[in-house]
Design a binder for this molecule. Structure first.
Ligand code: PLP
Length: 453
């Protein structure tokens, strides 16, 4: 009989799969190391178990102890499997940017999940780095894993992922491309491959909002490079010890939009249902295509599974809200499609200006059409209100009809965005679209600007 003694023994030996349609523009063989085949559905199972076993071996982790880690989910899953099989408790500290699915999955495998804010400095006491460290100090018999600086992380990839790739490509690999977060994957694989053949080129995928690329190119840790971004799993605002910059030949940055769009393309064009950093990685390979020759063998690593992103990159509403779906916006009806179901907010001629102000505030809008029993007869916007207020400080108690401006121009649903843009001016802040008999909707400057993305 052939069976594993426990789930941990099924980690590794993941397949290498040729990328077909998405690599048609590339003059080289592109192979993906698909790490979702691990039991925890990500590459992180490998390093999680290695970190636990190394800590057990040198006494940092003792029987019945509590494992504490700041994790975006995948390392947590690997640690959870190790904790279950080996009898430890697990606390995962996550930033609130991470998908809800990732948190639910960790709870499903018995971890306690603590959520921290994303948009704080790493040394802020609320950051997930600080919270994890503090919990490790406070909980007795606990061990803080610290995947960023724990070099067992790199060692796992040096011992497993690197040799697997070398053997699967029969030593023909010429380039390795992979997203960089803690740096364990890139550094471990790079060390092994460069020992085998120093000519193999190692490329890291970085995000806009992360320090890696600039630091690699200039040696400068530039805080201006740090801002929040959407892509999950890669990029950092710190320099983890696991990133061995001397083994990396270059970085390329991939935008949040491209990473999201290519995550979906991998699913629908290759049938490879993988996570957001895989989308960034394959887009990075395309960005690097000038570096590849016809006989080259390019290996790109896909870290985790698409199932962790069903509420995000695989959700049309989520994608549309961020302007990531390339719906072509050419007409009036395209401009309002996100809010067409909401009723048009209006104010009546006889209402007081204070009512109009309440409504502007409540709906977070800057302009409002004015109606009477005959239909739309005027408009009121922040500019009109400001002008009237300068002339008369008691404006709030006046009826709207005394301060309203001209009604907004009306266009048809099929009017082009170009035509509509021309209707905006210093004196005209919006345009109305006539949808059906008495149904109108409003187009604001904000709608036009959003369509430029
Ligand atoms: C989804 C995903 N992609 C990429 C990475 C980056 O891998 P590494 O930490 O080995 O650099 C991680 C881990 O942080 C991850 O969870």
């Amino acid at each position: 009989m052939k069976y594993a003694q426990n789930i941990l023994q099924t980690i590794g030996n993941t397949p290498l799969v040729k990328i077909n349609k998405l690599a048609t523009g590339i003059d080289a063989l592109v192979l993906a190391k698909v790490e979702t085949f691990n039991p925890g559905n990500s590459v992180k199972d490998r390093m999680a178990v290695k970190m636990v076993e190394d800590a057990e071996a040198d006494g940092r982790l003792k029987p019945g102890g509590t494992i504490i880690e700041g994790t975006s989910g995948n390392t947590g899953m690997g640690l959870a499997l190790a904790a279950i099989v080996k009898g430890y408790k697990l606390v995962c500290v996550m930033s609130d940017k991470q998908s809800k699915e990732k948190m639910d999955i960790l709870r499903a495998v018995g971890a306690k999940v603590v959520v921290c804010p994303t948009d704080v400095e790493p040394d802020d006491p609320r950051s997930y780095y600080s919270v994890s460290k503090r919990m490790a100090e406070e909980i007795p018999n606990s061990w803080y894993v610290n995947q960023y600086d724990n070099l067992s992380n790199t060692a796992a990839h040096y011992e497993q992922t690197g040799p697997e790739i070398w053997e699967q490509t029969e030593g023909k690999i010429t380039h390795f491309v992979v997203g960089v977060g803690t740096g364990g994957t890139i550094s471990g694989v790079a060390k092994y491959l460069k020992e085998k053949n120093p000519d193999i080129k190692i490329w890291g995928i970085d995000t806009y909002g992360s320090v890696f690329k600039k630091y690699h190119e200039t040696g400068i840790f530039d805080e201006n490079e740090i801002y929040s971004y959407v892509t999950e799993g890669i990029g950092e605002d710190i320099l983890p010890k696991n990133v061995n910059f001397s083994l990396i030949d270059g970085f390329t940055k991939v935008t949040d939009k491209d990473a999201a769009v290519y995550t979906r393309k991998l699913a629908v064009e290759e049938g490879i249902f993988v996570g957001n950093s895989a989308g960034a990685a394959i887009k990075g390979v395309l960005q690097l295509k000038e570096h590849f020759k016809p006989d080259d063998v390019v290996v790109v690593l896909f870290h985790d599974s698409g199932s962790r992103y069903v509420g995000k990159m695989f959700n049309d509403d989520w994608m549309r809200e961020r302007g990531y779906l390339d719906d072509t916006i050419t007409k009036a009806e395209d401009l309002i499609k996100d809010h067409v179901d909401k009723p048009l907010v209006v104010v009546r001629t006889e209402e007081l200006v204070s009512h109009a102000i309440d409504r502007l505030r409540k709906y977070k809008i800057s302009q409002i059409p004015v109606v009477d029993t005959t239909g739309i007869v005027g408009s009121l916007d922040e500019t009109d209100l400001f002008r009237s207020f300068i002339a008369d400080k008691n404006i709030a108690d006046k009826p709207v009809k005394e301060v309203m401006g001209k009604p907004y121009p009306i266009v048809k649903a099929g009017t082009s965005v170009d035509e509509i843009s021309k209707l905006f001016s210093k004196d005209n802040q919006a345009v109305l679209v006539h949808l059906s008999e008495d149904k109108y909707h409003i187009i604001t400057k904000h709608d036009i600007i959003s369509s430029m993305k």
